[in-house]
Design a protein around this ligand. Structure first.
Ligand SMILES: *Cc1c(COP(=O)(O)O)cnc(C)c1O
Length: 354
């Protein structure tokens, strides 16, 4: 079956897998919808995107993605409200960041309409896959990688842009205990830390496993020069509350410009919460933990929105955070989720109706 939506060709899957899915017990990103968007870069240009059945792809063993890691991705979500209207959250920010990441990895940038119209066509076709249950959403994974072949260490001449989606339940996994990293680094000045490059994640897995072996769930990355400043919480941005002030580090070559992070900064300011965007030293956090002024720490990112931290390890000592009532973490998570799911007003214009 073939049709056209917004000038995008749709090739429908012969049968749907949707009846095999238990929407009440969804895990994160492990069941995939019937279709995906596919767009190829060849002969110096992006061809028109198509919606096609979700299926394995074939690549030459010399495809440059395997050898030189030219790959970038995005993570976003679609929500269905009680009227079955579908909403995205700041999707143009994801589009812009995908191109920022691509540029750094010498991947050709995508036209905005291919991303946005392609995404809309895909979600239109797989609308039934967007879960309605509270806390669930359709996780959307746009990615671009070097499909062109050859062992020569240079940028590929062919690329694939794909958007795949996965209905997902709420991400909450309890509070996490984190380890302030003093040896390994996630990113460096002049490096690719600001890009959502696949390899940034590969580089995190080993140090994170070492932290897990010591009884922590996640690593707090510090600057690569002296491990003196707090930078990110795993693959999330980090917020620290000292007394009533919410603090997060400034974005840089090393700190990814998270959409959740910047939404939290704007939202908190609008609610009268004092916010500081500045470098936070490990020393300051340890001192604040000792004198009781450290009230909260949490990670921020699309998947969990906010991920509260129960305590941290630093130089063979563990520091517990206090159990407090009415946390910023809960308040911010609810405020952002209510905007995302059309349960509250959106004074910021972040919600995007499909
Ligand atoms: C994706 C990501 C984030 C969070 O970005 P969002 O746009 O909020 O999802 C933060 N840090 C790193 C390293 C990331 O890869």
């Amino acid at each position: 079956m073939s049709a056209i939506i917004n000038d995008i060709e749709i090739i429908k899957s012969e049968s749907s897998k949707i009846n095999d899915v238990d929407f009440e017990n969804l895990k994160f990103g492990s069941v995939f919808s019937d279709h995906m968007l596919e767009c190829n870069y060849k002969d110096g240009k992006w061809e028109l995107p198509k919606v096609v059945p979700f299926a394995p792809i074939t690549l030459d063993p010399s495809a440059k993605i395997f050898h030189y890691g030219q790959s970038v991705f995005e993570g976003m979500k679609a929500y269905k409200d009680s009227n079955d209207d579908v909403w995205l959250f700041r999707p143009l920010e994801n589009f812009k960041r995908l191109n920022i990441s691509s540029k750094r990895l010498a991947i050709p940038e995508l036209p905005e309409s291919y991303f946005m119209e392609g995404l809309k066509a895909l979600l239109e076709v797989d609308k039934d896959w967007i879960p309605k249950q509270d806390g669930s959403s359709l996780y959307i994974r746009p990615f671009v990688f070097a499909s062109g072949s050859g062992f020569h260490a240079s940028p590929a001449d062919e690329y694939k842009f794909i958007i795949a989606t996965a209905p997902s339940g709420s991400y909450f996994s309890g509070k996490i205990k984190v380890l302030i990293e003093q040896k390994y680094s996630r990113s460096a000045n002049g490096g690719v830390g600001f890009a959502k490059a696949g390899g940034n994640y590969a580089g995190q897995f080993y140090p994170t496993q070492l932290a897990i072996d010591k009884g922590y769930q996640q690593v707090i990355w510090t600057d690569d020069t002296n491990h003196e400043y707090i930078e990110e919480a795993g693959a999330m941005n980090i917020f620290i509350r000292i007394n009533d002030t919410l603090i997060t580090g400034p974005t840089s070559d090393r700190i990814l410009d998270g959409i959740t992070r910047k939404s939290i900064i704007e939202l908190a300011k609008s609610k009268g919460i004092p916010v500081e965007v500045r470098k936070i030293s490990v020393h300051e956090v340890v001192e604040a933990a000792k004198n009781g002024s450290l009230k909260e720490m949490f990670g921020a990112g699309t998947a969990a929105v906010v991920s509260p931290i129960s305590g941290f390890g630093f130089q063979d000592k563990d520091y517990e955070l206090p159990e407090i009532e009415s946390t910023y973490a809960d308040f911010i998570k609810k405020s952002i989720t209510d905007i995302q799911t059309n349960k509250s007003e959106d004074p910021f214009g972040w919600r995007y109706k499909l």
